[in-house]
Write a protein that binds this ligand. Structure first.
Ligand SMILES: Cc1cc2nc3c(=O)[nH]c(=O)nc-3n(C[C@H](O)[C@H](O)[C@H](O)COP(=O)(O)OP(=O)(O)OC[C@H]3O[C@@H](n4cnc5c(N)ncnc54)[C@H](O)[C@@H]3O)c2cc1C
Length: 541
């Protein structure tokens, strides 16, 4: 069997890249190791004994997806994707009985904050306004290779360096011009700050500090890490772009992209693991499946999976320099992973400890966030760094998918997912198969602190530990970012400067997925950008 292009991995980025190439006339096949498409963004009956409950196994919310190229270019609404807008999109309960909703409108959100602290409400609006300017400047860089060296760094390191510095300077100069003030300098300073200092400087109440800390930790960064302020930008993007969920679950995104791919003649092979990227005379010419079968690629192989798997497992070591392999091996993937637990509920939660009487739908439609404050966050990270199960729960995402989309469970029943950062490897060899049950109990216990009606209302549960994520997706250490999303691995540094334009040292081999610019989340942007790189290099008719 042979094709113009073979794509490794049927996550939404592999599918997106394939769809663009098929539309350009290439014969394309996507090979996915699982029976289900979508990688960390699938909808599945994760509790085998309760097949009528569908859970978002990993991802659940979409930020501004209607504006992404893949949605618009393939009219995914015509391929079965229906987005349900959600507003308010986030809800945060606090131990003292207060709560916050985050609405699309920053002003309306600030009105809620004012009930807790008037000063914080004003600071919140200042914060959103300040960071929106940065987002406006960065937005054009998401749909193309980042403005840094890419292949020039591979071939002519010094020239690449000069170019990078020139472009970096140009970007800063543009930022300065756009803001016409010292705001650009302040942005650069703040972007390098640890979140803790920034939060303490701007916000006074433990609740709003908790809200900001929650977003600072969104990229698995502790509050002490320089640059952790940057992660808070997701909150800014949410206000600007809005949040929605697909009817039927997040897996509908990949299913719709797959349909678009097939309309353009592309093929998909499911349940086939790729063991090797075949390289002949320095060129990627195909892949070898676990069953020994070889599929040839006439023009290109695109690996939409972890860069470390690509260069340390799938490409034979004889095709790469020892220095390059060492750089790839040392890309940061520090071992913080995720547990997600799934609960089939007999009734909906009522957050009675924070004033909910069951009558206001928003409590159940908005995605919940638990972070009691900065001290709790420190306690959680102390445990994660010591490779223990967190005793304090300070970063739980809570999604009651049935709140917005009752079709995901039998009538009157509910599907709840809770997830939190945890260490990939537990101390003293503790086994995750046993630990995950304890962790699922702890997460649910924390949730019931706000929704006590749910105690004894669980019909069944299951969970995916970091080891499960690794076994299911083959992402090293179960890292759904493929490699860490930290300042020195963003933009033109993702995953390394010499790989940042999606091309690799092997002719005809391209990299894509969450480990490439602009990184994780269900956006399809890495897949879109990789396809542009392939199309720049190779013509299909
Ligand atoms: C718990 C959780 C919650 C999240 N919440 C959100 C959210 O709300 N919103 C959001 O936007 N994002 C969220 N994310 C992140 C998002 O899911 C990922 O960033 C995104 O799925 C990355 O997509 P991808 O296609 O690049 O890679 P992946 O989703 O990792 O897909 C890679 C695919 O390649 C396949 N594969 C790997 N190796 C091979 C091989 N050798 N042969 C064949 N196939 C292979 C895997 O099985 C997988 O299907 C969440 C992730 C998790 C785990």
């Amino acid at each position: 069997m042979d094709y113009d292009v073979v794509i490794v991995g049927g996550g939404h980025n592999g599918l997106t890249c394939a769809a663009y190439l098929a539309r350009a006339g290439a014969s394309v096949v996507v090979i996915e190791r699982r029976g289900v498409l979508g990688g960390c963004g699938t909808s599945e009956a994760t509790i085998p004994e309760l097949p009528d409950f569908t859970f978002n196994a990993g991802a659940f919310d979409l930020l501004g997806f209607e504006e992404q190229p893949v949605y618009k270019d393939f009219q995914l609404d015509r391929h079965g994707l229906e987005l349900i807008p959600n507003d308010p999109f986030f809800f945060m309960p606090f131990p003292d009985g207060s709560h916050l909703f985050i609405y699309r409108s920053a002003e309306r959100t600030a009105e809620g904050i004012a009930a807790i602290s008037r000063a914080d409400a004003e600071a919140y609006l200042r914060y959103i306004e300040f960071w929106s300017r940065l987002d406006d400047i960065l937005a054009p860089f998401y749909t193309r290779p980042a403005p840094l060296p890419g292949r020039r760094a591979r071939r002519r390191p010094n020239r690449g360096l000069r170019r990078a510095l020139r472009r970096g300077a140009t970007t800063l100069a543009a930022a300065a011009r756009l803001t016409r003030s010292s705001v650009a300098a302040e942005m650069a300073r703040v972007a390098l700050m640890p979140a803790r200092g920034y939060i303490a400087e701007h916000f006074e109440s433990p609740q709003v500090q908790g809200l900001m800390a929650f977003f600072a930790m969104q990229t698995k960064t502790t509050l002490d890490q320089p640059g952790s302020v940057l992660a808070m930008s997701e909150l800014v993007i949410s206000h600007a772009a809005g949040v929605a969920r697909p009817r039927g679950g997040i897996g509908r995104v990949s299913e719709a992209i797959a349909r678009a791919l097939e309309v353009h003649g592309g093929e998909i092979v499911r349940a086939s693991h790729i063991d090797e990227i075949v390289v002949e005379r320095g060129r990627a010419v195909g892949v070898r499946l676990a069953d020994g079968q070889t599929i040839r690629a006439r023009r290109a192989v695109v690996a939409a999976i972890s860069p470390q798997r690509v260069f340390l497992s799938l490409v034979g070591r004889e095709h790469l320099s020892a220095a390059f392999r060492s750089r790839v091996a040392h890309i940061q993937n520090d071992g913080t992973s995720v547990i997600k637990a799934y609960y089939a509920l007999d009734e909906a939660p009522i957050f009675s400890t924070v004033g909910d009487d069951g009558g206001r739908a928003e409590f159940r439609t908005a995605s919940g966030m638990v972070c009691p404050g900065v001290d709790a966050a420190d306690a959680m990270w102390a445990d994660i760094r010591a490779r223990r199960l967190p005793a304090t729960q300070a970063w739980i995402w809570c999604t009651l998918s049935t709140g917005l989309d009752p079709s995901m469970a039998p009538p009157g029943k509910h599907a709840l997912g809770l997830h939190e950062w945890v260490p990939h490897q537990l101390a003293e060899g503790r086994d995750w198969d046993e630990a995950k049950q304890e962790m699922a109990r702890r997460l649910f216990g924390e949730y019931c602190r706000y929704a006590p009606n749910l105690e004894n209302k669980v019909l069944g549960s299951a969970s995916r530990s970091p080891k499960d994520w690794e076994a299911i997706t083959d992402n090293p250490k179960g890292n759904n970012f493929h490699v860490d999303f930290v300042p020195h691995q963003l933009f033109g540094f993702r995953p390394l400067p010499e790989l940042s334009d999606y091309r690799t040292p092997i002719d005809g081999l391209y990299l894509s997925g969450a480990g490439t610019h602009p990184g994780p989340a269900i956006t399809g942007l890495p897949g879109h950008n990789t396809a542009q790189a392939v199309l720049e290099d190779r013509r299909f008719s």
